[in-house]
Design a protein around this ligand. Structure first.
Ligand code: DAH
Length: 432
């Protein structure tokens, strides 16, 4: 039976999950989840609190014209510097079309394929898979269709990349649920790159990958169970995930599911959330023309799981084109542990300023990332006080570290100088 729900959701992020009939032993996810090794969280703005993520610099060459899922995209369509309804920087545009999840030799692609195999083995020919849906979506698809309230924090310019007032870079693969349901799909998996403004550390990056799963049941499925439809579907959802090592269910809230759960796994002395899921709100099915169905859905963050499975210590590495990283992985090999080529020392620089009311940490991180790219490993608030006049000062510690080489003092001092200038000119703060 379903594990009793307990705890409040302290954590955050994205997710994964599962199957239908239990006439055979539930294929547990332990295949994927029997790891051991590494880091911490990405965050979901949809569960409880806020979010977080890190920077970039080993830039992939940026094509002037991209084609993603049949949609042609020019840089000017996405980055509009003088348009106040647009907040997409060049660094983010450069990630569009990279599609790490479609590279069979890349950890993200290897993990996607392994999960696809899991579904194919356990539900032959049942789940339809999508992995090239365009990440530029309407706010209707990203928010309204999955019942995200009008005043929800995830809609803010501080949290989401807006192409214009009506269009965003999807911040979750849930953006495709309603349309696929409307088209008549009842069992599907959607994998794609998702975009969120956030702070910077080793497990947070403004672009990451999710896999969404949706499974719709019909009255025949729960009729003989003696349970109501929601309990039946929730049980099916959880049953398929239980049994894997050291995991627990945490009760949570998502606008699009009820009940909603997060699955956490115990990793490096901490509970780490790997997936959000639940029984889909009936309203979503109703609007998609599925009045008699009841569904479960999940969202899995691929980076987080890949960091655990492959022992990858820093989320920036996924974007590295350094051969010493890329050559370590190969198609179909899930068990490989990454061997760091070398640990270069970090260099810390502190920076204090008086903030204004409009200051946000996400904006700071974007400015820092815009200057220093993937050389920034972490931006951390280390001091915060308000003086008698009511002025608030923040001190941030920036950790600079390359995964690929030693950085010189000169180079870091120069970067820090540029960061200070940019922070001062773009963020309306007063450096101290
Ligand atoms: N979209 C959620 C996120 O990004 C994850 C999620 C939770 C997806 C529950 C779902 C779901 O489909 O049912 O945090």
């Amino acid at each position: 039976m379903a594990t009793p729900l307990s705890h409040l959701a302290l954590l955050k992020s994205p997710s994964y999950l599962l199957r239908r009939h239990h006439s055979f032993a539930p294929p547990s996810l332990s295949g994927f989840l029997s790891f051991r090794s590494l880091s911490s969280p990405l965050s979901s703005p949809f569960s409880s609190l806020s979010s977080n993520r890190s920077s970039n610099k080993w830039k992939q060459p940026t094509a002037a014209l991209l084609e993603i899922g049949g949609v042609k995209i020019a840089k000017d369509d996405v980055v509009k510097e003088n348009d106040p309804t647009n907040n997409v920087p060049d660094t983010i545009f450069s990630k569009l079309g990279v599609e790490l999840h479609r590279r069979d030799n890349h950890p993200i692609g290897i993990l996607k394929n392994a999960i696809y195999d899991y579904f194919d083995t356990n539900f032959p020919a049942k789940f339809v898979k999508f992995d090239d849906l365009c990440p530029i979506v309407s706010i209707k698809e990203n928010f309204d269709d999955v019942l995200v309230p009008a005043d929800h924090i995830s809609r803010s310019y501080n949290d989401t990349y807006y192409v214009d007032a009506q269009t965003v870079l999807r911040c979750h693969t849930s953006a495709h649920q309603a349309e696929l349901l409307r088209k008549g799909h009842t069992h599907f998996l959607v994998t794609g790159d998702v975009y969120r403004r956030d702070s910077i550390d080793s497990t947070h990056y403004p672009v990451f990958h999710q896999m969404e799963g949706v499974c719709v049941f019909s009255p025949d499925d729960w009729a003989g169970s003696g349970m109501d439809a929601t309990s039946y579907v929730a049980m099916d959802l959880k049953k398929s995930l239980e049994g894997a090592v050291d995991m627990r269910w945490v009760d949570t809230y998502f606008p699009f599911t009820n009940p909603s759960f997060e699955l956490e796994i115990f990793f490096q002395e901490k509970w780490m959330e790997v997936l959000g899921c639940g029984v889909t709100e009936q309203e979503i099915l109703r609007r998609s023309g599925r009045t008699d169905g009841v569904a479960w859905a999940f969202g899995l963050g691929l980076e987080r799981l890949a960091m655990v499975l492959f022992d990858i210590p820093d989320i920036r590495l996924f974007w590295s084109t350094d051969q010493r990283f890329t050559s370590q992985f190969s198609e179909g090999k899930l068990g490989i542990k990454f061997k760091p080529f070398s640990k270069y020392p970090p260099c810390y620089k502190d920076m204090s300023f008086w903030i204004s009311d409009s200051f946000t940490e996400n904006n700071l991180c974007e400015v820092v990332r815009g200057i220093a790219g993937d050389l920034v490993e972490e931006v951390q608030l280390i001091d915060n006080f308000t003086n008698k006049k009511g002025m608030t000062s923040h001190c941030y510690r920036i950790a600079y570290r390359s995964m690929e080489r030693s950085l010189t003092d000169e180079e870091i001092n120069q970067l820090q100088g540029l960061v200070r200038e940019a922070v001062q000119s773009k963020l309306n703060v007063v450096l101290r």
